[in-house]
Write a protein that binds this ligand. Structure first.
Ligand code: NAP
Length: 254
């Protein structure tokens, strides 16, 4: 059958998004719901109201689960109630934290926390839900990487290490699972106006130098990521595998 616009539709699909309460995770959740998916919103804090309201406005459906992703040891068992209830078609590993401190003074506990939330939990989520997808012979996994999956960044060594690892894991899993009809890809957002980048936007000098390098001439908004997520979650991207797609207003091309 030749291409049809319905290839972008997510009707009948179930999508799990981590870090769905704010920023990019909220925008991707709402985007996937707009494309027809039922959403499993995974958050940390008990106030996901804004995301829930936005999905309800679209006549979308959701269920919310609160899981602390820094508790990697118990993550598999914490995911079990979701796996018992749902067949997950789309997994978006979006939750992530950043700790800004030069390498020489970087606190080891913070280093470990960043790696736990940004990569160790991502591996457990991919493995646990990936096994269900292997059994179902289909699935889409979208990991949220970063420009710091390619570049060194400034004063964020744990974050940079974790995001390089996210890109590596994406490619490793794509190699193993493409033959199971599971497409594993990543989105690398540029500089997006969310809580994650608040400190940068409050620093007049950094903020100005960042803006000067963005060919699009503006910071990204969380909504700028939604269309790319829908594409990578949909049948339209069935032959896209192991790709890290930058959505950065042209930053990396400069
Ligand atoms: P954000 O608003 O700070 O979102 C981070 C999300 O992660 C929050 O919803 C938070 O949930 C969740 N989270 C943090 N710790 C958690 C934990 N222990 N357990 C469960 N969830 C936890 O920032 P954002 O910019 O949207 O970040 C989303 C992703 O995009 C991150 O992976 C980030 O690294 C990546 N990214 C962002 C940018 C950018 O410019 N903003 C650029 C590149 C990549 P709670 O609020 O419920 O704690």
């Amino acid at each position: 059958m030749s291409f049809h616009l319905d290839y972008f539709s997510l009707k009948g699909k179930t999508a799990l998004v981590t870090g769905a309460r704010t920023g990019i995770g909220q925008a991707i959740s709402v985007g996937l719901a707009a494309a027809g998916a039922h959403l499993i919103l995974v958050g940390h804090q008990d106030n996901m109201q804004e995301t829930q309201n936005k999905i309800t406005e679209l006549q979308g459906t959701y269920e919310t689960f609160l899981i602390d992703l820094s508790d990697v040891e118990n993550l598999k068992s914490n995911l079990q109630p979701i796996l018992d209830k749902y067949k997950i078609d789309i997994l978006v590993n979006n939750a992530g934290i950043i700790y800004r401190e030069p390498a020489a003074a970087h606190d080891v506990q913070q280093w470990n926390r960043v790696l736990d939330v940004n990569i160790n939990s991502v591996f457990t989520l991919c493995q646990t839900i990936g096994n269900q997808m292997i059994a179902n012979k289909s699935g889409k996994i979208i990991n949220i990487a970063s420009l710091l999956s390619f570049q060194g960044g400034i004063n964020v060594p744990s974050y940079t290490a974790s995001k390089h690892a996210v890109a590596g894991l994406t490619k490793a899993l794509a190699n193993e699972w493409a033959s199971h009809n599971i497409q594993v890809n990543a989105i690398a957002p540029g500089y997006i106006s969310t809580n994650n980048t608040e400190a940068l936007r409050n620093d007049e000098e950094r903020s100005k130098s960042i803006l000067e390098r963005i060919p699009a001439g503006r910071w990204g908004q969380a909504d700028d990521l939604a269309g790319t997520a829908v594409f990578l979650a949909s049948r339209a991207s069935d032959y896209v595998s192991g790709h890290v797609l930058v959505v950065d207003g042209g930053w990396m091309g400069r």
